[in-house]
Every structure is written in structure tokens, then in C-alpha cells.
Write a protein that binds this ligand. Structure first.
Ligand code: PLP
Length: 421
């Protein structure tokens, strides 16, 4: 069936918001997406029907545990993993700190960690903190012209002393999708552990942790229609070896060894429902007649096939919109678009500057018109420094989601033309 953006939009109550008489156009997805009603309902239902702590012998606690077990299964279908390989937590930043703290306890000969210039600080800061424990942090460069990781430089930074290679799946700053399979392969070739930040990517493409052979991967549900919480995938063999800090009364088994304290139960309910929403997009609009989603011998569950199809549906809808946006932005005088060259894998996140107009001024002017965009470095601070934009206010970022329309993009472009004049 043809993608029906109006059907999708109706599910998001926040799209009814207006600003100065204009409907809000949410281009702020890379900072956090809006939430469909069914996700809100799932969280409310949790609080009404299941609100209790884990492990009790009474109805609400049993309902609560059942919900968490169910949501873990859903997230496993999102990653293509086993449910025991899925841990819930506060957010990605905090969970990478937890990972770094645990891996930093390793007292072996591997005392180097590779990070990249394109990464969000969430996948840099926690590793840089390990310098205090005697680790050497090596930084793989980007090519500023193409906003891509310099793969030769990345490979040259990996040695037989590398404990961890930490890199993102896609850049939240400029939308570049990296060759995560190759980066993981190169990390494994020297015996290092690959830690992948999939926070930006998770809204923009299917994740298959088995096919990529990733060791640890993280994402945050609020970037894909869910509430504010983080989710970790840990490949069972690596996860079981991880020397986590935990309470003595806490289970040593994965994934519980990583889940310190009481979890955000209503958030977990919402995260599971957000993935079910993506699966429903796949079920409604996916093309199951061709491609891997039609293959029944790959032992994927029905829901996993629908999730994978749902991701494809969203990208098929967003990519032409992103191309239109890049094309038309580039033709406006004084506007410079940053990001990978045409043909390079990218998300539908587009960043730009306008000569002599600071990014915060652009975002504020657009905000008054109900056009919500982010400005600055979005915590991809090293990338913005390398692009030479750190002193001038950074980038303006437009993120597309499956609820954005071509008409909203036209509205945005009209306002940008006025600002550029
Ligand atoms: C690529 C990327 N990594 C990590 C993070 C941090 O995620 P969290 O806010 O869940 O800690 C973000 C948030 O914007 C991000 O875009």
C-alpha cells in the first residue's frame, strides 16, 4: 500500500500544536521525535494497571514483570538479538559511562581506546574519562570536506593494544552513515571490542546486530517515537564477561547485571510500544513481496520482519524529501549545506549555515514561524570544531521524520530564503 502520511500524522497529538497561528512543523527529530497516542496510552496503562516494583507475588508486580519481559522481546526484535542481550537504562550517555567504567576495570595489556571526531560527546566523554585510569585515547580523524570518518586513519589508530573502538552508526550532526560493518571488522581484526552509538541511526534504518557482528550497541527510545530512556544491546559472550559495577544483592546474570536500581518501567512500556508502532508501519505499508522481509527461512519473528519493513518504509518516504531539501537549500545564495557527498549513505538529517547569520538567530526566526529546528553543535562538538564552526554558533539542523511533509519543507525553504536575503 502507498505510504499515507496523513494516516501517520493523525496518530501524533503533538502535531496539533500551533505557534503564532501557524501549525508547528517538527524538524527537531534528531533531538527527539514526537510520540504517537498509542505510546502515551501504553505508559498510562502501565501506571494504571501494572504500577509496582519487580519480583512481587501480587498482581501489579506480576503485570509489571510481564510487561518488562514483553518489551525486552520487542527490543530484541528491533536489534535482531536475544532478549537477554537487551538492557534498559537511563539514557545512552549514562549507559556508555557504565560500559566504560566496567571495561576500564580490565587490567590487561590493552590500554588504548579509539574514538572518532564525528561522534557525539556521549561516545567520547566516557572513554576520555578513562585517561585517569592510564588509558590512552586515540582519535580517528574525519575528512571535513565529506563529513566522513577517514577510514585509513581509523585503521591506523587500531593496534594490538586497543581495548575498545567506539564509533557511531550515523552522525547526529550532519547525517553521515558510517560503514559500521567494516569498522567493526577492523576493530575485531586487532582483537578490540566495537561499541556502536546507534542513537541517531535507530530512526533511520534497520539494525541487524548479528549481521554486523557488533559487540555493544546503544540507542535511546526518545529518538524513535518513545519516551526518554536508553537501551543497550550486548552480544552475549561479551556481555557475560563485562565486569559491571553492581550491588551485591543484584543478579549477576545478563542483562540484569547492567540494570542498576529500579528501572523506568512506564518508559519501558512506551519504548516497546514505539517499536510496535514502527512494526505497524511495516505491516501497513511494507513491501513483503520482495527483499529480505519476504524470506521466511531467516528465522526472524513476524514482528522483526515488520520492524525491518517499517524502517524501510520510513526511509523510502524521507529520502526523496531530504534530497529535495538539500537540492533547494544548496541553490539559495549564502547557504552552505554540510554532509556527505551525493551517493554516500546518509540519514534524512540536513545541516546548513547561512553566511553572516548566526545559527541561533536562524533557529529563533524559524521558531517564531512554528518551524522547529535545532542550532549549535548538538553535542557533536568535535565535528563542529573540525568544520571550523565552533566560534560562529555552529550549524542549523533540519531532521526529517515520517510525519513531516513536502508542504512543511516548502514552508521552511521560503523562510530560509527570506533570512538569507
Ligand atoms: C548520536 C547521539 N549519540 C548519543 C546521544 C545521547 O543520547 P542520550 O540523550 O540518550 O544520552 C545523542 C543525543 O542527541 C545522539 O544524537
Amino acid at each position: 500500500m502507498h505510504y499515507d502520511v496523513e494516516y501517520v500524522r493523525k496518530q501524533f497529538p503533538a502535531l496539533n500544536v500551533t505557534v503564532n497561528g501557524q501549525p508547528a512543523a517538527y524538524f527537531d527529530g534528531p533531538g527527539g521525535t514526537q510520540v504517537p497516542q498509542r505510546v502515551i496510552d501504553a505508559m498510562v496503562d502501565y501506571l494504571v494497571r501494572c504500577n509496582a516494583n519487580s519480583g512481587g507475588s501480587f498482581l501489579t508486580s506480576q503485570n509489571s514483570d510481564q510487561m518488562i519481559t514483553g518489551a525486552r522481546l520487542v527490543m530484541a526484535d528491533f536489534f535482531g538479538s536475544e532478549p537477554e542481550e537487551v538492557a534498559f537504562g537511563h539514557n545512552t550517555t549514562t549507559m556508555i559511562y557504565q560500559l566504560a567504567l566496567a571495561l576500564g576495570r580490565e587490567l590487561g595489556s590493552r590500554k588504548e581506546i579509539v574514538i572518532t571526531e564525528i561522534d557525539h560527546e556521549a561516545n567520547r566523554g566516557p572513554w576520555l574519562a578513562l585517561e585517569e585510569r592510564g588509558f590512552t585515547i586515540r582519535e580517528a580523524k574525519i575528512n571535513p570536506e565529506t563529513c566522513t570518518v577517514d577510514m585509513d586513519d581509523y585503521q591506523s589508530k587500531l593496534t594490538d593494544k586497543t581495548l575498545v573502538a567506539a564509533f557511531n552508526y550515523a552522525s547526529n550532526g550532519v547525517g553521515t552513515i558510517s560503514d559500521v560493518k567494516e569498522m567493526t571488522h577492523l576493530a575485531h581484526a586487532v582483537g578490540a571490542i566495537a561499541v556502536v552509538d546507534a542513537v541517531h541511526y535507530a530512526l533511520h534504518g534497520p539494525i541487524d546486530v548479528r549481521a554486523l557482528d557488533i559487540d555493544f550497541l546503544l540507542c535511546s527510545a526518545y529518538k524513535f517515537f518513545g519516551p526518554h530512556l536508553g537501551v543497550l544491546y550486548g552480544r552475549r559472550d561479551q556481555f557475560e564477561k563485562l565486569p559491571t559495577y553492581r550491588l551485591r544483592v543484584q543478579s549477576e546474570a545478563v542483562p540484569y547485571c547492567f540494570e542498576t536500581g529500579t528501572l523506568n518501567h512506564e518508559g519501558i512500556a512506551g519504548a516497546g510500544e514505539a517499536v510496535e508502532f514502527i512494526a505497524d508501519l511495516g505491516a501497513c505499508f511494507g513491501d513483503f513481496s520482495a527483499g529480505s522481509y519476504a524470506v521466511s527461512d531467516c528465522n526472524w519473528s513476524e514482528r522483526r520482519r515488520q520492524v525491518m519493513a517499517g524502517m524501510e518504509v520510513m526511509e523510502h518516504y524521507e529520502q526523496p524529501l531530504a534530497e529535495k531539501l538539500i537540492h533547494e537549500l544548496s541553490s539559495i545564495g549564502k547557504v552552505k549545506v554540510y554532509g556527505p557527498p551525493p551517493g554516500h549513505p546518509r540519514t534524512s538529517t540536513v545541516s546548513f549555515t547561512i553566511d553572516s547569520v548566526p545559527a541561533d538567530k536562524i533557529a529563533a526566526t524559524l521558531g517564531e514561524k512554528g518551524l522547529f529546528v535545532w542550532d549549535g553543535h548538538f553535542f557533536a562538538a568535535r565535528l563542529v570544531e573540525r568544520l571550523g564552526l565552533d566560534k560562529s554558533g555552529g550549524l542549523v539542523r533540519v531532521g526529517l521524520c515520517p510525519y513531516n511533509t513536502a508542504a512543511e519543507i516548502d514552508r521552511l525553504l521560503e523562510e530560509i530564503k527570506i533570512i538569507a536575503k
